[in-house]
Design a protein around this ligand. Structure first.
Ligand code: PBG
Length: 350
């Protein structure tokens, strides 16, 4: 520091101390951001983001049988429903304003194989459920999951050979699965498998069969995440060996998410998704700035379980934490949120 600078600093310091002595009362402040936080009415007027029931997609688990619902131990308050009780749940939530459900099946182990053949049985659990739901509540949007893991004896999203997950052979099965779902009446198919090229292959096949209005919600930036644990409990679908890191994304990567989104858009995706949501809000934000397509976020099972567990202990206020968490996803840029809290939130927002 030059001597001139140090003299100037000393003078400044002297001024500050003398002014604080002579003027002990109010410093004039030009900007007082608290003015806009003074009342709830004001806060509502300047609120930048909103959470609406229309933004929510309700994931539901369906199982074989009749008259039963089983609570998922690691997801308290979430159930696997037999079709009759699933229909009751759908009839209950649609009038609350929930416009869309995402269906996931619990497949009995004896129907599973390495190629996931049950996934394209047109009389399987999912196609039957879709037909029944569309008949009971025609206006609710039915989104079906396109992936092999609930049907795979290996618990992987693709066909396994010598410990590796085959890509193109898996895509051929996914195409058959998507066609069966479209034929059953699915409004949107949602490939969650992360095989390369599956969105394009599914779009091409749907169009060729005349299903031009069936949409694709692409799980574009889906990370290999430990937050999926409770979901795999729900469907009994944990991988039998290894992990999903050769097809799902590395948690450390952001630019790669943009690459995956670009590919899915080029291949015909209508909506792109980031999954999980909470630990990936930066990815949601970047993707929102990158594309004009609607962006969805999946508030996954582990995120649900953490809130439920802490709330059960009395350590957090569940309702407030849920609303704050979902709002953070909207603020990051999500247009749509898949969340197991959808029904709770619909009731809170009534
Ligand atoms: C698999 C799939 C998973 C989820 C949705 N689809 C799990 C996985 O990739 O292993 C997880 C959803 C959740 O955790 O709530 N295709």
């Amino acid at each position: 520091m030059s001597s001139i600078e140090s003299v100037a600093l000393e003078q400044q310091a002297a001024q500050i101390s003398s002014s604080s002595q002579s003027e002990p009362s109010v410093t004039p402040l030009i900007h007082r951001p608290r003015r806009l936080r003074r009342t709830e009415t004001l806060r509502r007027m300047v609120r930048e983001t909103s959470l609406r029931v229309e933004d929510l997609i309700y994931p539901l688990f369906v199982m074989e049988g009749e008259g039963q619902r089983e609570e998922i131990p690691s997801m308290p308050g979430c159930y696997r429903y037999t079709l009759d009780l699933l229909l009751d749940e759908v009839k209950e939530v649609y009038p609350l304003g929930i416009g869309a459900i995402a269906l996931f099946p619990l497949i009995p182990y004896d129907q599973k194989d390495n190629a996931g053949s049950e996934s394209y049985n047109s009389n399987g659990l999912v196609p039957c459920a879709v037909r029944a739901i569309k008949q009971a509540v025609p206006d609710i949007l039915v989104i079906t999951d396109v992936a092999l893991d609930p049907y795979s004896s290996e618990g992987h999203d693709g066909i396994v050979q010598d410990g590796k997950i085959l890509n193109d052979e898996t895509v051929a099965v996914l195409v058959k699965q998507a066609l069966v779902q479209a034929e059953a009446g699915a409004d949107v198919v949602a490939p969650s498998d992360m095989m390369d090229g599956r969105v394009g292959a599914i779009r091409k096949a749907l169009d060729a069969e005349g299903w031009i209005n069936v949409g694709i919600l692409a799980y574009s930036a889906k990370y290999a995440s430990a937050y999926y644990g409770p979901f795999r409990d729900a469907l009994n679908s944990a991988p039998k060996f290894g992990d999903k890191k050769t097809y799902q994304m590395d948690a450390a990567n952001a630019r790669e998410a943009i690459k995956e989104v670009d590919l899915d858009i080029a291949e015909g995706a209508d909506i792109v998704m980031v999954k999980p949501a909470l630990a990936y809000l930066d990815i949601i934000c970047q993707i929102k700035q990158h594309t004009n397509l609607p962006v969805a976020a999946y508030n996954v099972s582990g995120e649900y379980a953490m809130i439920k567990a802490a709330a059960e202990q009395g350590w957090i206020d569940e309702k407030k934490v849920v609303l704050e968490t979902l709002m953070s996803m909207k603020r990051a840029g999500a247009d749509l949120i898949l969340t197991y809290f959808a029904k709770d939130v619909a009731l809170m927002l009534q």
